[in-house]
Design a protein around this ligand. Structure first.
Ligand SMILES: C[S@@+](CC[C@H](N)C(=O)[O-])C[C@H]1O[C@@H](n2cnc3c(N)ncnc32)[C@H](O)[C@@H]1O
Length: 274
């Protein structure tokens, strides 16, 4: 493994974390699997829209990207990844070790880790804020680290959806069981593998996140709630079980006000620094 990338004294004083340089490993990466593995459906469609917005909106030339809780999988489009210097911060040693697309991987906590102001064109925090006790601290550090007009891409579960409510009120062992037996992920729950314990800080709610953005000079340029990719996965793997869940969701939607769809288990948001 290469020597750590030089870090300024300013950053060293604020961040007590190990820095590992993955520059050579990243050069061998052909395709991030995240999009390819996503079942066809609303989640995939929204992610493709997000890709289109990023490709059209990010500045030309080399990009500087911060993946907060990046783990070992990127959801960014290849056209963006291929012209970016990516810095990943993750609290899990195994996730950092398995990361093969970032130029710099840092073992650290996104709630406390700080970068020099005006460092990044894009911060991506995907499937992470639901696991973090102090989301506000993490978001404030993201804002600070962004360049003017820089963007934050957040992908997260909707706590008010059927899957959100079940996740919130069920024990962690049930999440591991679901991943292993319904999703068919044999490594679920092993070190460095999902599911990770879920906390659902109030800012994970889309309306609270929108209010936070408004207060902190961020414009919400994209927001989309969509059917959780667990539904198309279940329909493919366990059609009878999926039919039961779909029927239950339809009954709930019938009794809920407005156009609420309890299947809208996840959302994408893109925030832009004004
Ligand atoms: C569900 S995984 C998502 C990983 C990746 N973004 C993805 O979508 O595949 C959640 C990640 O957040 C990381 N994480 C959770 N809390 C964190 C924190 N406070 N600071 C940094 N990383 C954190 C976990 O270690 C894990 O890698």
């Amino acid at each position: 493994m290469n020597k750590a990338t030089p870090t300024s004294e300013w950053m060293k004083s604020m961040n007590e974390a190990a820095t590992i340089d993955h520059r050579q490993a990243a050069e061998t990466v052909q395709h991030p699997q995240a999009l390819l593995e996503l079942a066809h459906g609303e989640a995939r469609q929204s992610l493709l829209t997000v890709h289109g917005i990023l490709e059209a909106t990010l500045p030309a030339g080399e990009l500087s990207i911060y993946e907060a809780g990046g783990g070992s999988t990127s959801f960014l489009p290849l056209k963006v990844l291929h012209r970016a210097h990516v810095t990943v911060v993750d609290i899990d040693e195994d996730q950092i070790r398995n990361n093969d697309y970032a130029q710099q991987a840092i073992l650290g906590d996104i709630q406390t880790y700080r970068f020099r102001p005006n460092s990044f064109d894009l911060v991506i925090c995907y499937n992470v804020i639901e696991h973090v006790p102090d989301v506000e601290a993490a978001l404030l550090h993201f804002c600070e680290s962004l360049k003017p007009n820089g963007m934050i891409l957040i992908g997260a579960p909707n706590p008010g959806s059927l899957s959100g409510v079940v996740t919130k009120y069920s024990p962690h062992w049930f999440h591991v069981w679901f991943y292993r037996h319904v999703r068919g992920d044999k490594k679920a729950g092993l070190p460095g593998h999902a599911p990770f314990p879920t906390l659902f800080h109030p800012l994970v709610t889309l309306s609270n996140l929108e209010a936070f953005a408004e207060q902190h000079g961020l414009q919400m340029i994209y927001r989309k709630q969509y059917e959780s990719p667990r539904y198309p996965e279940m329909r493919r793997r366990m059609p009878a079980f999926a039919a039961l869940v779909d029927a239950a969701a339809k009954v709930m939607n019938f009794f809920l006000p407005g156009k609420t769809d309890v299947r809208h288990g996840d959302y994408h948001v893109i925030l832009r620094k004004r």
